[in-house]
Design a protein around this ligand. Structure first.
Ligand code: ADP
Ligand code: TRP
Length: 333
């Protein structure tokens, strides 16, 4: 089983990225062949400063390793080191219906809810590059957050379309009869943490300025935790559990037993929001301080990170080679 996923290097990694994606990446190590990458080509849609782009790529690589992606167990690489992905992106694009891209949630969200008025082609075609990322390595399973579900459906649809077009006798109902050229991947979505809430109660996201970052300074972490939105319920009263991002974050971050205690206190009243925030902050330190320390060490050793990524790229290209060869031959290149 080949397991693949990526995270954009478009900002600092946050709790949503960890619980929605990276934690699964780590847990899936050893359950098959693992390929994980930094989607730094996708990130160019939002990062326009070359120094920042390079820095964020490095930070994302360091975050992966610090959080437990072991470069001995997983192929860890940078998307831009694999030229084959851009080639497959183009070839795949020739069978992608524009109507699919027009109804892509992430694209429409930027236009309808975030006020984007003159979208660029890179944003529009984002799902095609993502499908190429997945299909290039014959991936079976793609662990992601819920927001990526539609992108995975697209990848399956376009792989099917490509197979029908280029494989004689391919029947999508009976793929076992005649295998396709591109393998159909399936999304693996963690139910409990499929959507981690941000400080303001919306989905936590780099684009909403509502994150709790994993690798900021202690001061920044405290500031972010203390700014989680709460209502005006008095300390002595029981606290509401709906529209309560603090409650949701405690549920995600605290280990099960510890959360049971907190839940009882939450429902009983007698403890203020500030004290609950302190509990969350303590738990974050307890769970992430070793990774935070490792991260700082990794960020100081640029050569080591580069070497990890370089080795990863060589290994990833070896996985990609037979697939791109098949595709090139099939379309007549
Ligand atoms: P962002 O939305 O902050 O830009 P990315 O799009 O880079 O984050 O997401 C990287 C991975 O983390 C994806 O698999 C995505 O589904 C997951 N992810 C991001 N935010 C959340 C969240 N709030 N809850 C659960 N998973 C998330
Ligand atoms: N679109 C994903 C995100 O925003 C990142 C990504 C790019 C990805 N290519 C991928 C995830 C391939 C899984 C597989 O999080």
């Amino acid at each position: 089983m080949r397991i693949l996923s990526g995270v954009q290097s478009s900002g600092r990694q946050h709790l949503g990225n960890y619980y929605g994606a990276i934690k699964q990446f780590v847990e899936l190590q050893g359950q098959g062949e693992n390929l994980y990458f930094i989607a730094n080509l996708h990130a160019l849609n939002s990062v326009r400063d070359p120094l920042v782009a390079r820095q964020l790529t490095r930070e994302t690589a360091a975050a992966f390793v610090a959080l437990g992606i072991d470069p001995q167990k997983s192929v860890l690489f940078r998307q831009s080191d694999i030229p084959e992905v851009s080639e497959l992106y183009w070839i795949l694009g020739t069978v992608v219906p524009v109507s699919n891209l027009e109804r892509a949630h992430s694209y429409r969200d930027k236009i309808e809810n975030q006020g984007l008025t003159n979208p660029e082609f890179g944003l529009f075609s984002y799902p095609v590059l993502m499908a190429a990322d997945i299909l290039l390595y014959d991936s079976d399973v793609v662990p992601v957050g819920k927001d990526q579900k539609q992108h995975l459906e697209f990848a399956r649809d376009w792989a099917t379309k490509f197979n029908i077009q280029y494989v004689k006798g391919y029947d999508p109902q009976k793929p076992e009869k005649k295998p396709g050229l591109l393998k159909l991947p399936r999304a693996q979505i963690q139910e409990a943490t499929q959507s981690v809430l941000g400080r303001d109660g919306q989905k936590m996201s780099k684009s909403y300025n509502n994150t709790i970052d994993l690798f900021g300074t202690d001061k920044e972490l405290e500031k972010q935790v203390m700014s989680i939105k709460t209502d005006s319920t008095l300390p002595e009263s029981p606290k509401p559990t709906v529209n309560a991002p603090l409650y949701e974050l405690l549920k995600v971050v605290l280990p099960g037993e510890a959360f049971k205690t907190i839940e009882a206190e939450w429902n009983a009243g007698g403890k203020g929001y500030g004290a609950f925030k302190k509990d969350l902050l303590d738990s974050l330190h307890h769970q992430f301080d070793p990774a935070r320390k490792h991260y700082l060490e990794l960020m100081q050793d640029e050569a080591q990170l580069e070497s990890i990524l370089k080795t990863g790229a060589d290994r990833a290209r070896a996985y990609a080679a037979p697939v791109i060869q098949r595709v090139r031959a099939a379309v007549g290149l």
